[in-house]
Design a protein around this ligand. Sequence first.
Ligand SMILES: *Cc1c(COP(=O)(O)O)cnc(C)c1O
Length: 406
Amino acid sequence: MKRRDIIKGLSLLPLSGGVMGGILASESVFAEPPAPNRDLFKELGVRTFINARGTITAMSGSLMHDYVLDAINDSSKDFCMMEELQDKVGEKIAAMVHSEAALVSAGAFSALMLGMAGILTGSDLKKVAQLPQLEGTGMKSEVIIQRGHQIDYNHAFLNCGAKLVYVETPEDVDKAVNEKTASMHFLGSGAPNGKIMHEEWIALANKHNLPTSIDIAANIPPVSNLWKFNEMGFSFVALSGGKAIRGPQSAGVLMGKKDIIAAACLNSSPHSGTIGRGMKVNKEEILGMYVALERYISQDHDKEWKDWEDRVARIAKAAESVSGVKTETYVPPIADHTPTLNISWDTGKVKFSGDDLLMKLRKGNPSIEAYGGGKNSITVSPWMMRPEQVKIVAARIKEELLKASA
Ligand SMILES: *Cc1c(COP(=O)(O)O)cnc(C)c1O
């Protein structure tokens, strides 16, 4: 019986407790058998592919671990009070990442926005209701940031009504600080594009009695970055849940000082008249994020790293078996810090471009997304592949390189 039919049937029955009780107990809509296995991507004509690219949001980020999916499924059967859940999970996460407090957010972008909102409003509910309006409210409005840390994700601050003030040197910071300055923001674990490094940034902020924030969305691994910047003294830290940690793609963590996290909660769902209401995280994803983080921290990171190295080596070996092909393994120094492979060739021997190879991989079956491209090379990042996909990628790359050599 289809769900629709059951509901239609129910509406025709007299509302006697006996009949209702009988139907609901034996054949309730909740007990409806699952639909037969559907391949929804196929039905919709949506291309799926082997991810040889990394944790890219537009490419659906990462694949959740089974234990995350189990947590999502298991927790979907009961109701709870959202604030109670946020508080209890927040406490556990804070202990794991060595911060005073934490909140599961709708991704790192949302963490940046909620943390900023918390700094701007504090616990003042009138101010919470006024965001993103800052003028005439008594709220501060400027965030100081190094010019080299300019990235699109900083739009999170603009969403709060704040303005970014760019600096390059410590002297610039001293000059930029004024009565409107709300905070000082920093990008990333390594941030080679700035002249001022983390500790000095915090010291400058302390001198001016300003809170600090940092975006480490893509800076895991290493796992130690989960707590490094909390311990260093940043007022809040934004983390992506759907990258290396392989939690829900639309979850992240805001961690930091107790008062800022508490104020961020006031600016967030389930509170309706707030800037954060549209960045709701459901109970399943809050718990999925919690479990993902817990398991990520306790996993064998050396073993995972060796597995990634092994993947790179297998693909490199297949590619290099073609005459005129060279490979180079490297680890991007900061973001997506995992073993990565560059494959290049002598176009006198292998007669196509990197872009050609990328297109052939994309159009093949199964479809594969690598990157780089250009004249005579591509880049392959194997950490987001499912284990059995490594040999497929190795074989497909070799096959196309050979074909182009003929
Ligand atoms: C991915 C990323 C974000 C956004 O993270 P989400 O979890 O997708 O919101 C922010 N900042 C940086 C540097 C990132 O790499």
